[in-house]
Design a protein around this ligand. Structure first.
Ligand code: AMP
Ligand code: ZN
Ligand code: FE
Ligand code: FE
Length: 311
Protein backbone atom coordinates (compact mmCIF):
# COMPACT_ATOMS: atom_id res chain seq x y z
CA UNK A 1 0.00 0.00 0.00
CA UNK A 2 1.01 3.61 -0.53
CA UNK A 3 4.17 2.64 -2.32
CA UNK A 4 5.97 5.78 -3.30
CA UNK A 5 7.19 5.45 -6.84
CA UNK A 6 10.93 5.88 -7.24
CA UNK A 7 10.45 9.06 -9.29
CA UNK A 8 8.55 10.66 -6.39
CA UNK A 9 11.39 10.08 -4.00
CA UNK A 10 13.52 13.11 -3.16
CA UNK A 11 17.07 13.09 -4.51
CA UNK A 12 19.86 12.25 -2.10
CA UNK A 13 21.53 15.41 -0.80
CA UNK A 14 25.26 16.02 -1.19
CA UNK A 15 27.16 14.12 1.49
CA UNK A 16 28.56 16.98 3.56
CA UNK A 17 30.64 14.60 5.68
CA UNK A 18 32.88 13.89 2.68
CA UNK A 19 33.72 17.55 2.11
CA UNK A 20 36.97 18.77 3.65
CA UNK A 21 36.25 20.99 6.65
CA UNK A 22 38.06 24.32 6.69
CA UNK A 23 40.91 24.47 9.19
CA UNK A 24 39.69 25.63 12.60
CA UNK A 25 36.03 25.31 11.63
CA UNK A 26 33.79 23.96 14.36
CA UNK A 27 31.72 20.88 13.54
CA UNK A 28 28.06 21.75 12.96
CA UNK A 29 25.90 20.62 15.86
CA UNK A 30 24.22 17.30 15.15
CA UNK A 31 20.61 16.44 15.92
CA UNK A 32 18.17 13.56 15.84
CA UNK A 33 14.38 13.44 15.51
CA UNK A 34 12.99 10.42 17.33
CA UNK A 35 9.24 11.07 17.09
CA UNK A 36 7.70 10.92 13.62
CA UNK A 37 4.45 9.68 12.06
CA UNK A 38 3.86 8.62 8.45
CA UNK A 39 0.84 7.51 6.46
CA UNK A 40 1.15 4.11 8.15
CA UNK A 41 -0.74 5.86 10.97
CA UNK A 42 -2.04 9.44 10.97
CA UNK A 43 0.79 11.26 9.21
CA UNK A 44 0.68 12.36 5.57
CA UNK A 45 4.26 11.61 4.41
CA UNK A 46 5.45 8.27 3.12
CA UNK A 47 8.50 6.89 4.95
CA UNK A 48 10.66 7.90 1.96
CA UNK A 49 9.31 11.46 2.02
CA UNK A 50 9.92 11.68 5.77
CA UNK A 51 13.50 10.46 5.37
CA UNK A 52 14.00 13.05 2.61
CA UNK A 53 12.77 15.83 4.89
CA UNK A 54 15.13 14.56 7.59
CA UNK A 55 18.05 14.77 5.18
CA UNK A 56 17.13 18.33 4.20
CA UNK A 57 16.98 19.25 7.90
CA UNK A 58 20.45 17.79 8.37
CA UNK A 59 19.35 15.11 10.82
CA UNK A 60 21.93 12.48 11.81
CA UNK A 61 19.31 10.03 13.10
CA UNK A 62 15.57 9.46 12.88
CA UNK A 63 13.03 7.11 14.43
CA UNK A 64 9.63 6.29 12.99
CA UNK A 65 7.10 6.08 15.84
CA UNK A 66 3.75 5.53 14.16
CA UNK A 67 0.77 4.86 16.44
CA UNK A 68 0.48 1.14 17.26
CA UNK A 69 2.38 -0.04 14.18
CA UNK A 70 5.91 -0.70 12.94
CA UNK A 71 4.81 -1.35 9.34
CA UNK A 72 6.52 1.75 7.92
CA UNK A 73 9.86 0.98 9.57
CA UNK A 74 11.44 -1.32 6.95
CA UNK A 75 10.84 1.26 4.18
CA UNK A 76 12.05 4.13 6.31
CA UNK A 77 15.14 2.15 7.39
CA UNK A 78 16.05 1.63 3.74
CA UNK A 79 15.38 5.26 2.82
CA UNK A 80 17.46 6.50 5.75
CA UNK A 81 20.31 4.15 4.88
CA UNK A 82 20.36 5.52 1.34
CA UNK A 83 20.59 9.04 2.74
CA UNK A 84 23.27 8.28 5.34
CA UNK A 85 20.88 8.79 8.28
CA UNK A 86 20.86 6.42 11.26
CA UNK A 87 17.45 4.86 11.87
CA UNK A 88 15.70 3.42 14.92
CA UNK A 89 12.61 1.23 14.40
CA UNK A 90 9.98 2.46 16.83
CA UNK A 91 6.31 2.87 17.65
CA UNK A 92 4.12 5.02 19.88
CA UNK A 93 1.78 3.01 22.10
CA UNK A 94 -1.32 4.54 23.67
CA UNK A 95 -1.38 3.49 27.31
CA UNK A 96 -2.91 4.52 30.60
CA UNK A 97 -2.00 4.76 34.23
CA UNK A 98 -4.44 5.65 37.01
CA UNK A 99 -7.03 6.66 34.42
CA UNK A 100 -4.71 9.09 32.62
CA UNK A 101 -3.71 8.53 28.98
CA UNK A 102 0.02 8.20 28.44
CA UNK A 103 1.97 7.58 25.25
CA UNK A 104 4.91 5.20 25.43
CA UNK A 105 7.56 5.36 22.72
CA UNK A 106 9.32 2.08 22.00
CA UNK A 107 12.79 2.30 20.39
CA UNK A 108 14.95 -0.41 18.80
CA UNK A 109 11.96 -2.73 18.61
CA UNK A 110 12.47 -6.18 17.17
CA UNK A 111 9.77 -5.93 14.53
CA UNK A 112 9.57 -9.71 14.16
CA UNK A 113 8.86 -10.33 17.83
CA UNK A 114 5.64 -12.43 17.88
CA UNK A 115 4.24 -10.90 21.06
CA UNK A 116 4.84 -7.39 19.75
CA UNK A 117 3.22 -8.30 16.45
CA UNK A 118 0.14 -9.87 18.06
CA UNK A 119 -0.25 -6.97 20.51
CA UNK A 120 -0.02 -4.39 17.71
CA UNK A 121 -2.61 -6.34 15.71
CA UNK A 122 -4.90 -6.25 18.73
CA UNK A 123 -4.42 -2.47 19.20
CA UNK A 124 -5.12 -1.96 15.48
CA UNK A 125 -8.33 -4.02 15.70
CA UNK A 126 -9.44 -1.82 18.60
CA UNK A 127 -8.74 1.26 16.47
CA UNK A 128 -10.71 -0.14 13.51
CA UNK A 129 -13.72 -1.04 15.67
CA UNK A 130 -13.56 2.41 17.22
CA UNK A 131 -13.90 4.02 13.78
CA UNK A 132 -17.20 2.15 13.28
CA UNK A 133 -18.38 3.31 16.68
CA UNK A 134 -17.39 6.94 16.06
CA UNK A 135 -19.20 6.90 12.72
CA UNK A 136 -22.31 5.39 14.39
CA UNK A 137 -22.25 8.21 16.93
CA UNK A 138 -21.90 10.80 14.17
CA UNK A 139 -24.87 9.24 12.38
CA UNK A 140 -26.87 9.53 15.61
CA UNK A 141 -26.31 13.30 15.57
CA UNK A 142 -27.39 13.38 11.91
CA UNK A 143 -23.95 13.49 10.27
CA UNK A 144 -24.30 10.85 7.52
CA UNK A 145 -20.61 9.96 7.30
CA UNK A 146 -19.77 6.41 6.18
CA UNK A 147 -17.10 4.24 7.79
CA UNK A 148 -15.88 3.26 4.30
CA UNK A 149 -15.01 6.91 3.63
CA UNK A 150 -12.87 7.03 6.77
CA UNK A 151 -11.13 3.74 5.97
CA UNK A 152 -10.44 4.88 2.40
CA UNK A 153 -8.81 8.06 3.70
CA UNK A 154 -6.85 6.23 6.37
CA UNK A 155 -5.69 3.46 4.02
CA UNK A 156 -3.73 1.91 6.89
CA UNK A 157 -4.19 -0.63 9.67
CA UNK A 158 -3.94 1.94 12.45
CA UNK A 159 -6.72 4.48 11.82
CA UNK A 160 -7.51 7.18 14.37
CA UNK A 161 -9.48 10.30 15.08
CA UNK A 162 -7.52 12.46 12.61
CA UNK A 163 -8.78 10.22 9.80
CA UNK A 164 -12.39 10.69 10.93
CA UNK A 165 -11.64 14.42 11.05
CA UNK A 166 -10.24 14.42 7.53
CA UNK A 167 -13.33 12.54 6.32
CA UNK A 168 -15.60 15.12 7.97
CA UNK A 169 -13.71 17.89 6.14
CA UNK A 170 -13.62 16.03 2.81
CA UNK A 171 -17.38 15.38 2.93
CA UNK A 172 -18.09 19.01 3.77
CA UNK A 173 -19.37 18.49 7.32
CA UNK A 174 -16.56 20.60 8.79
CA UNK A 175 -14.37 23.40 7.51
CA UNK A 176 -11.17 22.21 9.16
CA UNK A 177 -9.63 19.40 11.20
CA UNK A 178 -9.65 21.66 14.25
CA UNK A 179 -13.37 22.23 13.83
CA UNK A 180 -13.90 18.46 13.49
CA UNK A 181 -12.06 17.86 16.77
CA UNK A 182 -13.75 20.77 18.55
CA UNK A 183 -17.28 19.86 17.47
CA UNK A 184 -17.18 16.07 17.36
CA UNK A 185 -13.97 14.23 18.19
CA UNK A 186 -12.58 15.70 21.40
CA UNK A 187 -13.33 14.16 24.76
CA UNK A 188 -16.91 14.99 25.84
CA UNK A 189 -17.96 15.66 22.23
CA UNK A 190 -20.66 13.52 20.53
CA UNK A 191 -18.39 11.24 18.49
CA UNK A 192 -15.69 10.73 21.11
CA UNK A 193 -15.14 7.06 21.84
CA UNK A 194 -12.66 6.04 24.50
CA UNK A 195 -10.24 3.42 23.35
CA UNK A 196 -9.04 0.31 25.19
CA UNK A 197 -5.54 1.08 26.39
CA UNK A 198 -2.80 -1.18 27.62
CA UNK A 199 -1.52 -0.19 31.05
CA UNK A 200 1.62 1.92 30.92
CA UNK A 201 3.53 -0.72 32.86
CA UNK A 202 2.44 -3.45 30.42
CA UNK A 203 3.45 -1.17 27.54
CA UNK A 204 6.94 -0.83 29.05
CA UNK A 205 7.03 -4.62 29.51
CA UNK A 206 5.98 -5.18 25.89
CA UNK A 207 8.68 -2.83 24.59
CA UNK A 208 11.30 -4.60 26.71
CA UNK A 209 10.02 -7.99 25.60
CA UNK A 210 10.59 -6.88 21.99
CA UNK A 211 14.16 -5.91 22.88
CA UNK A 212 13.44 -2.18 22.99
CA UNK A 213 13.82 0.83 25.22
CA UNK A 214 10.70 2.62 26.49
CA UNK A 215 10.38 6.40 26.78
CA UNK A 216 7.40 8.39 28.04
CA UNK A 217 6.22 10.68 25.23
CA UNK A 218 5.52 14.42 25.61
CA UNK A 219 5.06 14.48 29.41
CA UNK A 220 4.22 18.17 29.12
CA UNK A 221 1.03 17.35 27.21
CA UNK A 222 -0.20 14.65 29.54
CA UNK A 223 0.48 16.50 32.78
CA UNK A 224 1.04 13.26 34.65
CA UNK A 225 4.38 14.15 36.18
CA UNK A 226 3.45 12.46 39.43
CA UNK A 227 3.52 9.03 37.76
CA UNK A 228 7.08 9.42 36.45
CA UNK A 229 8.83 8.13 39.61
CA UNK A 230 6.66 4.97 39.66
CA UNK A 231 7.20 4.43 35.94
CA UNK A 232 10.96 4.90 36.35
CA UNK A 233 10.91 2.36 39.18
CA UNK A 234 8.97 -0.02 36.92
CA UNK A 235 11.54 0.01 34.15
CA UNK A 236 10.84 3.12 32.09
CA UNK A 237 14.08 3.90 30.27
CA UNK A 238 13.60 7.45 29.01
CA UNK A 239 11.66 10.68 29.09
CA UNK A 240 10.82 12.74 26.00
CA UNK A 241 12.13 16.09 27.23
CA UNK A 242 12.39 17.66 23.77
CA UNK A 243 9.04 17.93 21.95
CA UNK A 244 7.43 20.48 19.61
CA UNK A 245 4.85 21.40 22.21
CA UNK A 246 7.32 21.81 25.08
CA UNK A 247 8.53 25.31 25.83
CA UNK A 248 12.22 25.81 26.65
CA UNK A 249 11.26 26.02 30.33
CA UNK A 250 9.35 22.73 30.11
CA UNK A 251 12.33 21.06 28.44
CA UNK A 252 14.61 22.23 31.26
CA UNK A 253 12.07 21.04 33.83
CA UNK A 254 11.87 17.56 32.29
CA UNK A 255 15.64 17.36 31.81
CA UNK A 256 15.90 17.86 35.56
CA UNK A 257 13.31 15.13 36.25
CA UNK A 258 15.10 12.76 33.84
CA UNK A 259 18.41 13.37 35.61
CA UNK A 260 16.88 12.78 39.04
CA UNK A 261 15.36 9.47 37.97
CA UNK A 262 18.31 8.33 35.84
CA UNK A 263 16.19 8.34 32.69
CA UNK A 264 17.55 8.67 29.18
CA UNK A 265 16.56 11.87 27.38
CA UNK A 266 14.67 11.47 24.13
CA UNK A 267 13.01 13.97 21.84
CA UNK A 268 11.44 14.66 18.51
CA UNK A 269 9.10 16.86 16.56
CA UNK A 270 6.03 14.53 16.52
CA UNK A 271 5.75 15.54 12.86
CA UNK A 272 2.57 14.26 11.17
CA UNK A 273 3.38 15.79 7.77
CA UNK A 274 0.57 18.12 6.73
CA UNK A 275 -1.96 16.42 9.01
CA UNK A 276 -1.81 19.22 11.55
CA UNK A 277 -0.86 22.15 9.34
CA UNK A 278 2.83 22.75 8.69
CA UNK A 279 5.23 19.79 8.94
CA UNK A 280 7.00 19.98 12.30
CA UNK A 281 10.14 18.08 11.32
CA UNK A 282 13.24 20.21 11.84
CA UNK A 283 11.52 22.41 14.40
CA UNK A 284 12.34 20.34 17.45
CA UNK A 285 15.54 18.35 17.50
CA UNK A 286 17.28 16.14 20.01
CA UNK A 287 20.94 17.13 20.56
CA UNK A 288 23.29 14.33 19.48
CA UNK A 289 24.67 13.80 22.98
CA UNK A 290 21.31 12.38 24.15
CA UNK A 291 20.95 10.24 21.05
CA UNK A 292 24.44 8.83 21.64
CA UNK A 293 23.47 7.92 25.22
CA UNK A 294 20.38 6.09 23.97
CA UNK A 295 22.54 4.23 21.47
CA UNK A 296 25.04 3.40 24.18
CA UNK A 297 22.28 2.00 26.43
CA UNK A 298 20.99 -0.09 23.57
CA UNK A 299 24.51 -1.41 22.92
CA UNK A 300 24.94 -2.27 26.58
CA UNK A 301 21.55 -3.99 26.57
CA UNK A 302 20.83 -2.55 30.02
CA UNK A 303 17.23 -2.76 31.09
CA UNK A 304 15.98 -5.16 28.49
CA UNK A 305 18.43 -7.99 27.76
CA UNK A 306 17.20 -10.35 30.46
CA UNK A 307 13.60 -9.75 29.40
CA UNK A 308 14.24 -10.58 25.78
CA UNK A 309 13.92 -14.31 26.25
CA UNK A 310 10.67 -15.41 24.63
CA UNK A 311 10.51 -15.02 20.87
P1 AMP B 1 -6.42 8.78 18.48
O1 AMP B 1 -5.13 8.04 18.71
O2 AMP B 1 -7.26 8.17 17.46
O3 AMP B 1 -7.17 9.07 19.77
O4 AMP B 1 -6.01 10.21 17.87
C1 AMP B 1 -5.03 10.96 18.48
C2 AMP B 1 -4.36 11.81 17.46
O5 AMP B 1 -5.22 12.94 17.20
C3 AMP B 1 -3.02 12.37 17.93
O6 AMP B 1 -2.06 12.29 16.89
C4 AMP B 1 -3.33 13.79 18.22
O7 AMP B 1 -2.23 14.63 18.05
C5 AMP B 1 -4.41 14.11 17.20
N1 AMP B 1 -5.19 15.29 17.58
C6 AMP B 1 -5.69 15.57 18.79
N2 AMP B 1 -6.34 16.77 18.76
C7 AMP B 1 -6.23 17.24 17.48
C8 AMP B 1 -6.67 18.41 16.79
N3 AMP B 1 -7.37 19.36 17.39
N4 AMP B 1 -6.38 18.53 15.48
C9 AMP B 1 -5.68 17.56 14.85
N5 AMP B 1 -5.23 16.44 15.43
C10 AMP B 1 -5.50 16.29 16.72
ZN1 ZN C 1 -0.87 11.05 15.74
FE1 FE D 1 1.48 11.13 21.34
FE1 FE E 1 3.10 11.11 18.28
Amino acid sequence: MNDTPAEKRPPAPADASRLPSPAGARAAPAFADLHLHTLFSDGTFSPEEMAGHGARCGLMAMSLTDHDTVEGCPRMALACRNLGIEFIPGAELTAELDGAELHILGYYLDMENPKLQSSLKQFQAVRQNRIHEMVARLNRVHIPLRAETVFAIANCHSPGRPHVGRALVQEGFCESLDEAFDRFLKKNRPAYVPKFKISALDAIGLVHHAGGLASMAHPGLNRSDDVIPAMAASGLDGLECFHSKHTAAMTEYYLDIAARHHLLVTGGSDCHGYSKGKPLIGGCKLPAIYYERLKERRRAGIGNSELKIVK
